[in-house]
Design a protein around this ligand. Structure first.
Ligand SMILES: Cc1cc2nc3c(=O)[nH]c(=O)nc-3n(C[C@H](O)[C@H](O)[C@H](O)COP(=O)(O)OP(=O)(O)OC[C@H]3O[C@@H](n4cnc5c(N)ncnc54)[C@H](O)[C@@H]3O)c2cc1C
Length: 405
């Protein structure tokens, strides 16, 4: 079957959402962006009694959230060892704790609001394909265990028994991980927020945010709206509205394929090559596999066009999957798509109020790992706007470290 440049997650028959039609004149808070960050923030704002207006230039989840790999990875974005080196133990554990809070909130929200997003808690296997990676995997496992975090080391033989493949030299197994249908989560959160009186409007592009003596004027392609606070949930594209973030959050294009449903091969989700490649097998048997951007001469850095596929990456993804796992030799690829991630230099997102700009908040720059951060980050931001700050934002996420004014 020919592959289509369409995300499996964005099938319109699966995602049914009714946008508001008319832009209101004012709002307590305008949230710009209708991905996981925007919708989490809007949900928590509504939950705290505020009335947010969410403005999304396309459809809900049309950005990275509807085009990702479906992983919810617990823990630090850097390797555990690198995070310890850069931030020390207390802040590294705070980052872990933040993703665990997100997971707990995800469980509660999906239960409470009956959000069916194929959420499945699972193990994560991180495979090594070079001796250096095998050593790093082993060291990382030992370090995690020595700090009370659950992890298991598999040697080559054990990996082969569990994967039917002889390409991997070792693996770290982490018992806490999840997979989900990200766009269904976003639509579910949007409906829950609407129920709590959030106003959510798609096909409205924000063109400028202007600070006034009191509050902000948000200029859109459909008119203006006044707001007391504004949240930038615009991830890789944030610099278009906040030029000072150009080069701080860098757009990087990722590419993903989805196979036809196939016999169950993995009872864990996995990453390989230090996480550059990543896969889940869904309960319907479909394998979602992404990565290989290093096959492109540009490494897909500074690319914002998510309507096109990169052929070299495409070839790399298909060849790796078919050649690495003998049972997948003839597997059909039914979907293929790209999406734009927002990368920061230290791999951590920017979460909080912008220094020297009261009333302007951001959560963006997740460097390819937004799912486990955005839910707790949305709550942390909503609490601050509502005048409380119960959810602690880990120090490595704070905007001050990059903010140029
Ligand atoms: C190929 C790929 C694979 C990935 N795999 C994973 C994974 O497996 N696990 C994981 O945790 N993370 C993964 N990520 C990263 C993850 O998808 C993101 O970190 C997360 O979705 C960010 O969510 P967001 O809501 O902040 O941004 P987005 O989902 O990008 O949403 C931002 C929204 O803002 C809108 N917008 C932008 N500018 C404006 C404007 N001016 N006016 C109105 N609307 C605007 C956009 O249209 C967009 O919908 C991957 C990303 C990609 C691209």
């Amino acid at each position: 079957m020919t592959s289509r440049a369409v995300s499996f997650w964005l099938n319109p028959q699966e995602l049914c959402f009714r946008s508001e039609q008319a832009l209101p004149d004012r709002a307590d808070v305008v949230v710009i962006g209708g991905g996981i960050t925007g919708m989490s923030t809007a949900y928590w704002l509504s939950h705290l009694g505020l009335t947010p207006v969410v403005l999304e230039r396309g459809e809900l989840a049309c950005g990275a959230t509807g085009r990702n790999g479906g992983h919810f990875v617990f823990g630090t974005n850097q390797s555990f060892r690198d995070s310890l080196e850069d931030h020390g133990l207390a802040d590294t554990l705070a980052l872990w704790n933040f993703t665990e809070q997100s997971a707990q909130l995800l469980r509660e929200l999906t239960d409470q609001h009956n959000i069916d997003c194929d959420l499945r808690f699972n193990r994560l296997a991180s495979f090594a394909i070079t001796p250096a990676q095998a050593q790093a995997v082993q060291e990382s496992c030992e370090l995690m265990m020595s700090h009370g975090l659950a992890a298991e080391y598999w040697d080559r033989e054990r990996v082969e028994q569990n994967t039917q493949c002889s390409s991997f030299l070792a693996a770290a197994i982490e018992p806490h991980h999840a997979q989900l249908w990200p766009a269904k989560l976003v639509v579910g959160l949007a409906k829950a927020a609407q129920h709590l009186h959030a106003h959510i409007q798609t096909r409205v592009e924000v063109q400028a945010v202007t600070r006034q003596a009191e509050g902000f004027t948000i200029t859109t392609n459909q008119g203006q709206i006044q707001a007391e606070a504004v949240v930038y949930a615009t991830n890789a594209l944030t610099y278009h509205l906040l030029p000072t973030l150009k080069g701080v959050i860098v757009p990087v294009r990722g590419q993903v394929i989805a196979t036809a449903p196939t016999a169950q091969l993995f009872d864990f989700d996995w990453g390989v090559n230090s996480g550059y490649e990543y896969a889940i097998q869904r309960q319907d048997g479909r394998i979602i596999f992404g990565g290989m951007r290093w096959k492109s001469p540009t490494k897909e850095i500074d690319i914002e066009d998510d309507s096109r596929l990169e052929p070299l990456v495409s070839e790399g993804l298909k060849t790796f999957l078919r050649n690495t796992f003998p049972p997948l030799r003839d597997v059909a690829i039914e979907y293929e798509w790209t999406g734009i991630m927002g990368f920061t230099a230290d791999e951590n997102p920017i979460v909080g109020e912008l220094p020297g700009r009261p009333g302007e908040y951001i959560s963006a720059g997740y460097t390819g790992h937004g799912m486990p951060v955005a839910i707790a980050a949305g709550r942390a931001i909503a609490e601050r706007i509502a005048g409380s700050a119960q959810t602690i934002i880990p120090k490595p996420f704070r905007p001050e470290r990059f903010w140029l004014g």
